[in-house]
Ligand binder design. Structure first.
Ligand code: GAR
Length: 193
């Protein structure tokens, strides 16, 4: 059974979809802990499912490196086989990436390498793109630049706002994320960096 730690910053709707998938007895992965860099609303989903949580507040640390070291210490307590960044809106310091690479993956609301970074949906709209998408990647030292594990196109519709477009992307992200975690767990998908 693949053990998974999930890191979030926000509402955790994709986390919730993964929690629901992992609840099924024949799903080959289990979420063992959910962590956050702030008092994220999404931690409530983990609590509802009886999954332990931790918070390592970014603002409580003087440097990104010190924050990352504490984050890694918390993760290590659970010895996860895989770490999923599901809306973690912080760049991990290089030593943390190196510690877990390539067993650390990220979901992103754009068709990478198009529109990387913190505002993938807004940037696609601002560029006037007719389509964007969702991607699941291996985390490396770049910004959303690691190997792509899965991705799918999502059309931009006339009148889309950042919110309506993001809400249409998220179900695609969830489906891809659940499928990727499942394929990693069964060995169908090998991770490399
Ligand atoms: C997701 O769309 C995720 O891809 C995005 O944040 C959202 C989190 O939503 N992550 C990034 O943009 C990372 N660059 P959620 O908290 O409702 O799951």
């Amino acid at each position: 059974m693949l053990t998974v730690a999930v890191l979030i910053s926000g509402a955790g709707s994709n986390l919730r979809a993964l929690l629901e998938a992992a609840r099924h007895p024949d799903f080959p992965a289990r979420i063992v802990v959910v962590g956050a860099d702030r008092e994220a609303d999404g931690l409530a989903h983990a609590e509802e499912f009886g999954i332990p949580t931790f918070t390592v507040p970014f603002r409580a640390f003087e440097t990104r490196e010190a924050w990352g070291a504490e984050l890694a210490a918390q993760l290590d307590r659970w010895e996860p086989d895989l770490i999923v960044l599901s809306g973690l809106m912080r760049l991990l310091p290089a030593p943390v990436v190196a510690r877990y690479s390539p067993r650390i993956i990220n979901t992103h609301p754009a068709y990478l390498p198009e529109f990387p970074g913190a505002h993938g949906v807004r940037d696609a709209l601002a560029a006037g793109a007719e389509q964007t998408g969702a991607s699941i990647i291996v985390v490396d030292d770049g910004i959303d630049a690691g190997p792509i594990l899965a991705q799918e196109r999502v059309p931009v519709l006339p009148g889309d706002s950042e919110q309506t477009l993001h809400e249409r992307i998220k179900p695609v992200e969830r489906r891809l994320l659940i499928d990727v975690v499942q394929r990693i767990a069964t060995g169908d998908l090998a991770l490399s960096n």
